[in-house]
Write a protein that binds this ligand. Sequence first.
Ligand code: ADP
Ligand code: ZN
Length: 217
Amino acid sequence: MIRKRNLVFLGPPGAGKGTLSEILISDEKLVHISTGDIFRAEIRNGTALGSEAKAYMDAGKLVPDRLVVDMVAARLAKDDCAGGFILDGFPRTVVQAEMLDQIAGKTGRRIDCAVLFDAPRDLLIQRLTARLTCRNCKANFNKLFAKPRQDGVCDHCGGELYQRSDDSLETAQNRLKVYEEQTAPLIEFYTAGGLLARIDSSLPKDRAYAALLAVLS
Ligand code: ADP
Ligand code: ZN
């Protein structure tokens, strides 16, 4: 069992945060909290929050903090997070990270580790623009490196695979730029707090996973 259980997964889009989260939660009883997945569910359900978030997401921009922070606070307050959680895609700005410390403090939880997943930019673009996502279970596949067994069908649940609207080349480039400008400063933030660990996520996923377990144990 891993020792560090209250986790932040940090890194550019396409680095594999979602993929490694899926593998980790199959081995460890952790709650996976992906703010991107929550927004996509809100959009699918046609909520007001979803329609407000969609315009930002399709442009590759960040959704405003006020829409994100309360959502995460409510999720972290639930009892199932007591045994550990993965925050995937949150925080994405220094302001969000500071707010996370406050939220976590209120519920008596503390972040144990911020894992930085990193990979060269060319690989990130390649992964993003070839990515296929399951509508049902959210698993990711890739047209180039990790094809599903049957075209358009999820290996895990039989759900339909689709290309996320923000995985077009133009939006993917924008998301990487936003990451560099707004999220990369968190590397400094978590290094200063003594919580940062790095994973080379250009490795094949079983090796990246072994590296992840090593930093969490
Ligand atoms: P990826 O990490 O692959 O870029 P996500 O699924 O985490 O994608 O996020 C998709 C989009 O959702 C982001 O580009 C952004 O618009 C929005 N989003 C997700 N999390 C946050 C956040 N913490 N703050 C602001 N916007 C967010
Ligand atoms: Zn599926």
